[in-house]
Design a protein around this ligand. Structure first.
Ligand SMILES: Nc1ncnc2c1ncn2[C@@H]1O[C@H](COP(=O)(O)OP(=O)(O)OP(=O)(O)O)[C@@H](O)[C@H]1O
Ligand SMILES: [Mg+2]
Length: 335
């Protein structure tokens, strides 16, 4: 089921152009089995194009794809029974209910016990509205139904393009729990996003792409370990003195003034060396009134993707309240 190399999904030299525009430019992804893989990249980087290739929706110009240990070609649509996907807005019969739509889907693909449909409606928190026509659904409700549809055949590999789109905070937390639970059962989940905060709180492994190429890939923890940031607060009238004190060891680029009025500076330094900053400042008679140490994936993301604007919050792992607004996810799944 899984490649000899332990990969659930691999692309090698994947290329795809739309007219003169190169969407994928020799993309190599290596997705280990049993992880939540965060597929990150700024707008237009090629995430959706990749997922369209992986689901046979578009034909690549070159390169190879291996899914669950076997080569995948566009004609192999049957192989996709092993793969659940949500790419672009899912299409449903608008005049049918959520339950009826899932039944239709189940009838057209691999066999699914009817109990599974009820289970999934519960997982995505649509039980109460399951008999309503989908045309009466909100955007987030349609997205939830799309996730249920992707899970229908109990796939070993799940490909989700921006699954959090349109979900409310509780829905996002619940989706994250659902995806983490799937990975803990040994399934592989690829989730694309341009939102760092989202990926940081749920992915084990991250692949960052820019302009159709992979720029960094690896366990999230390893990427973050190289990317420590300490934020330090001094009296606003001591900001210049603090900069002068730190500048010899932390030149511009590592040292930034984040909020002069409030006296915040940020320094790039390994998280376990945070105390060096307060020692140096104290040595110069500058006392620190606040210090936060964390890891800034956003900075790494911006560097790697050529500083293209990224959106999102929670760039301070461990400091951001990653569960904000999500306390209401009653069922512990997409609720
Ligand atoms: N059908 C298409 N026709 C022409 N160009 C396209 C088409 N689809 C995508 N592209 C181009 O391919 C590139 C990659 O687009 P893609 O949709 O894969 O990016 P993305 O990473 O999913 O971005 P986003 O975060 O905005 O969803 C972009 O330059 C885009 O303009
Ligand atoms: Mg996209």
């Amino acid at each position: 089921m899984i490649g000899a190399d332990g990969l659930a999904l691999a692309t090698r030299g994947l290329r795809k152009s739309y007219g003169p525009r190169r969407a994928l430019d020799g993309l190599d992804l290596s997705v280990p089995a049993g992880v939540v893989y965060g597929f990150l990249g700024p707008n237009g980087a090629g995430k959706t194009t990749t997922l369209r290739v992986l689901t046979g929706l578009v034909h690549p110009d070159g390169g190879t794809v291996e899914i669950l240990g076997k080569p995948f070609h566009r004609g192999d649509r049957r192989r996709l029974f092993e793969v659940g996907a949500l790419v672009e807005s899912p299409t449903f019969y608008p005049y049918l209910s959520a339950r009826a739509n899932l039944r239709e889907l189940a009838a057209s693909g691999a066999r699914v016990p009817s109990r599974r449909i009820e289970e999934l409606l519960d997982v995505v928190g649509l039980c109460e509205r399951a008999n309503d026509r989908v045309q009466e659904y909100s955007m987030g409700m349609k997205q939830r139904l799309g996730i249920a549809a992707a899970l229908l055949s109990d796939p070993k590999l799940l490909l989700l393009d921006e699954p959090a789109n349109g979900l409310d905070p509780a829905g996002i937390v619940a989706m994250r729990d659902t995806l983490r639970a799937l990975a803990s059962q040994g399934k592989t989940v690829v989730v694309s996003s341009h939102l760092l905060g989202e990926i940081q709180v749920m992915a084990d492994t991250v692949g960052i792409i820019a302009s159709g190429k992979l720029v960094r890939e690896g366990p999230l923890k390893e990427l973050l370990a190289t990317q420590g940031v300490v934020k330090v607060r001094v009296q606003p009238d001591r900001v210049d003195a603090a900069i002068a004190t730190l500048a010899p060891e932390f030149p511009a680029g590592r040292l930034t003034e984040t909020d002069r009025d409030e006296g915040w500076l940020s320094v790039r330094i390994e998280p376990n060396r945070a105390e060096v900053i307060s020692q140096k400042l104290a040595g110069a008679g500058i006392y620190v009134s606040g210090l936060e140490s964390g890891t800034d994936l956003e900075m790494l993301f911006l560097e790697l993707t050529g500083g293209q604007a990224a959106t999102g919050e929670g760039s301070f792992v461990g400091l951001a309240d990653s569960d904000a607004g999500g306390a209401t996810a009653g069922k512990g799944t997409v609720a």
